[in-house]
Design a protein around this ligand. Structure first.
Ligand code: UDP
Length: 315
């Protein structure tokens, strides 16, 4: 039985984060009551401040590494630093969140007898030798592949916010490795659709299921697209390839299509345009101050700082 009559009370951990805050917006919009839990290590109040006066929204600052007592009908566990820069900063704390935090949430779900959604990552596939990666290749639960969109932090460290912030401020665009490594980028609205579809699926289906966009892009192509869409004068700065950087990443979403009837709808170009728009508004001061290109005539054609390779050789 529902705790609150017909209204569902939903716990979202990591609710002040990028994905958590988008998920909460959707739950509130469909009429649920939401308890947002976040320790604010990487979450931001800016992501949820528009909900401050929303009567169906409640915020609790709490680290899920410690047990939590709450009365809810459903749990979405999204609490974890997601960017490599952040999850590698304090690996012990990251592991504690993934292990102890997940155990605490599972204990809560067991006590309440409620459904729980556990977020995982495509990184469990490592540098995959099977391409695209199906779920049975390794690991468990709902695995996200490179989500992006508004509310990613400028300091997030992941490739899309990095490139857009650099392009809009005219700073060198950091390209790690030769740019031939691939990723499949999933716009946040599509991912939230997938999360909600999985939670609503029959109890017999528990995953793991890949949630990502089946459109594979090289990082070189991504750089070219960001430069084109922002009209940036930035130069490309080559940096060494990161350690253990997967050469190719692409979800096999056959299972999500079949069981959830889900697939992404937003193209990379559309999603990037919306994300660039968000960053432009966020970066307003820097753009107005003239760090970003104002004068079409002064725009330098972009080149790779080392070696002056052409745009085509990257893409
Ligand atoms: N990357 C890059 N420039 C950056 C940040 C990342 O070239 O400023 C590359 C990174 O080496 C990787 C890809 O972009 O090959 C995606 O990196 P990200 O950290 O966004 O995600 P993940 O590696 O977890 O898929």
């Amino acid at each position: 039985m529902r705790i609150n009559g017909s209204r569902k009370r939903v716990l979202v951990t990591g609710g002040a984060g990028f994905l958590g805050s988008h998920l909460i917006d959707r739950l509130i919009a469909r009429g649920d009551d939401v308890l947002c839990v976040d320790n604010f290590d990487t979450g931001a109040t800016a992501n949820i401040e528009h909900l401050a006066h929303e009567p169906r929204f409640e915020l609790l600052r709490h680290d899920i590494c410690h047990p939590l007592h709450a009365e809810v009908d459903e749990i979405y566990n999204l609490a974890s630093p997601a960017s490599p820069v952040h999850y590698q900063y304090d690996p012990v704390q990251t592991t504690r969140t993934s292990v102890n935090g997940a155990i605490n949430m599972l204990e809560l779900a067991r006590r309440l007898g409620c459904r729980i959604f556990q977020a995982s990552t495509s990184q469990v596939y490592g540098n995959a030798t099977v391409h695209p990666q199906p779920e049975h290749y390794w690991g468990k639960v709902a695995r996200f592949f490179n989500a992006y969109g508004p509310r990613l932090s400028l300091a997030d460290g992941r490739v899309i916010p990095n490139l857009i912030a650099q392009a809009l401020t005219g700073q060198p665009i950091t390209l790690y490795g030769d740019g031939r490594q691939t990723r499949a980028f999933c716009y946040v609205d599509d991912l939230i659709d997938g999360i909600l579809a999985l939670m609503a699926s029959p109890a017999t289906f528990t995953g793991p299921v890949n949630l990502g966009n089946p459109d594979e892009t090289t990082i070189g192509e991504l750089v070219a697209l960001v430069v084109e869409l922002t009209g940036s004068p930035s130069l490309i700065e080559r940096r060494p390839q990161l350690q253990d950087d997967p050469a190719r990443s692409l979800p096999d979403i056959g299972l999500a299509r079949q069981v959830l009837g889900w697939e992404p709808k937003v193209t990379l170009q559309e999603g990037l345009e919306r994300t660039i728009d968000y960053f432009r508004r966020g970066l307003g001061a820097a753009v107005v101050a003239g760090k970003a290109p104002a004068d079409e005539g002064n725009r330098r054609s972009w080149r790779i700082a080392e070696g002056m390779a052409s745009r085509q050789s990257l893409a």
